[in-house]
Design a protein around this ligand. Structure first.
Ligand SMILES: [Mg+2]
Length: 322
């Protein structure tokens, strides 16, 4: 039996109880209503995933549901915002109940884990395009921005770099002897929400690494009007990525591959002790990788010598012709 748009929304997405006090009205009216508490600002972000640009046609729908929300929560995390609500817009070539079941399950499971209310959305027919708008709350004037790194600040990164990039190589059939965990990092990224909340009072600037460290740290540096040096030998790698680099010599991959969704942040040196004291509340590791400098641009040293990055970061639509 064909599902109508309303049947589709009801069957897979409606009926979730609203859990945040700020969600005043959810799915079912012309708009949702959000009450922003006194002293807070609403952080809003949108991310779209397009078939054959951001994911392969045979991608697991449950992973897609997870990842679509996760990449939006990662943007909220990078601003130090606490996620509260999301809207979902689906453009679907056909109504495939099994696909929607998997997709909604991945989406809703992650939404519950991070207390995100699904408060509205839209469905249309067309080529497969998935869009989420996510909203979060942050105390007024406390949001972490890109533009506030200062000369002398230290550059830190959460977690490990390059796992998702290695996972992509496995998915493309370019690498065969990597553990399953790297595919998990590619398909089911974990947004660093707890780290973002902890960094509110600590970091001077922050960005999430979606398009590769060189690219995203570059955005932060340009926005702040500063430069930086990072030490390749300090970069945090999983065993799988370290083994891959040893085997192939491809030391640039973890600097330029996308989809890691770690947080890259800067911190004044005098707050480093405070960061150490609060490490447990980051819920992930973090590593100092460099420092902010006056001279514009990003310099990378490896074994004490400056090296040139020759591989560009991920840019949207460059994969479209595949
Ligand atoms: Mg971002």
């Amino acid at each position: 039996m064909a599902l109508t748009e309303f049947g589709l929304i009801d069957r897979f997405f409606a009926g979730q109880p609203l859990i945040n006090a700020c969600s005043r009205l959810g799915i079912g009216d012309d708009c949702a209503l959000i009450e922003v508490p006194d002293g807070c600002e609403l952080a809003v972000t949108t991310d779209t995933m397009v078939e054959n640009v951001h994911f392969f046609s045979d991608a697991d729908p449950e992973c897609l549901g997870h990842k679509l929300l996760a990449v939006n929560l990662s943007d909220l995390a990078s601003m130090g915002a606490r996620p509260c609500a999301a809207t979902l817009a689906l453009t679907l070539p056909s109504v495939d109940a099994a696909w929607l079941e998997g997709f909604s399950s991945g989406f809703i499971h992650l939404a519950r884990r991070f207390s995100v209310d699904l408060i509205g959305g839209d469905t249309t027919s067309g080529a497969l395009v998935l869009t989420v708008q996510a909203m979060g709350l942050v105390p007024k004037d406390m949001a972490l921005r890109r533009a506030s790194a200062r000369v002398g600040d230290l550059v830190y990164i959460t977690g490990d770099l390059g796992d998702a990039g290695l996972g992509l190589k496995v998915a493309q059939g370019l690498v065969s002897d990597a553990p399953e965990a790297v595919l998990q990092r590619l398909h089911r990224p974990e947004p660093r929400v707890a780290a973002g909340l902890t960094l509110r009072n600590l970091a001077s600037a922050c960005i999430d690494v979606s398009d590769g460290l060189v690219s995203d740290l570059g955005h932060l540096l340009r926005a702040s009007g500063v430069g930086a040096s990072i030490d390749w030998d300090r970069l945090p790698f999983s065993r799988a990525v370290a083994d891959y680099i040893t085997r192939t010599g491809d030391w640039q991959m973890p600097l330029t591959a996308g989809d890691d969704y770690e947080l890259c942040f800067t911190i004044p040196p005098e707050r480093e002790n405070l960061l150490q004291e609060r490490l447990h509340s980051l819920h992930c590791t973090c590593r100092k990788i460099g420092c902010i400098e006056v001279s514009q641009g990003l310099r990378v040293t490896k074994a004490g010598r400056e090296v040139q990055i020759t591989v560009p970061g991920f840019e949207h639509f460059t994969m479209a012709a595949r």
